[in-house]
Design a protein around this ligand. Structure first.
Ligand code: 5GP
Length: 126
């Protein structure tokens, strides 16, 4: 079954400028902004500008230019937020939820970058 993308999702509206966002970084193919309900002192969402629903959709169908831009953008966000190991930061966690088992709320691919405090174990058991 092909991936399907709903262009009425909230991040699509942010990309179209219909909803404001607190931008951290914008590149040719990606946008990074602070999460509206931060779960840690650093909580940034990085999204591709293209219409991809999930990590696997992006990985399969995005161009090499989009993928390279996105990956570089995530590193730049880490640097800007002071959590990059390359700049003496204390580290971070990236999370990408997909679909119902991944408990994805917004169906536009996004990578959470969380940091600024110790984050505990990776996932809850059960
Ligand atoms: P998901 O569960 O899909 O991985 O995460 C969606 C994230 O988007 C949540 O952390 C939520 O707080 C964030 N979010 C939802 N709506 C908005 C919004 O309008 N603006 C911003 N900046 N973040 C949002």
């Amino acid at each position: 079954m092909p991936y399907s993308y709903d262009d009425q999702n909230i991040f699509a509206k942010i990309l179209r400028g219909e909803i404001p966002n607190d931008t951290v970084l914008e590149t040719d193919h990606s946008l990074a902004f602070n999460d509206i309900q931060p779960q840690a002192p650093v909580h940034v969402l990085v999204i591709p500008k293209g219409p991809y629903v999930s990590h696997d959709h992006f990985a399969v169908e995005a161009s090499e230019a989009e993928i390279a831009d996105f990956m570089r953008a995530t590193a730049e966000v880490c640097r800007l937020k002071g959590v990059s190991l390359g700049d003496g930061g204390s580290g971070f966690r990236t999370i990408s939820n997909a679909g119902s088992h991944g408990v994805q709320e917004v169906p536009h691919y996004h990578l959470h970058i969380l940091g600024g405090r110790p984050l505990g174990r990776m996932i809850e058991q059960g």
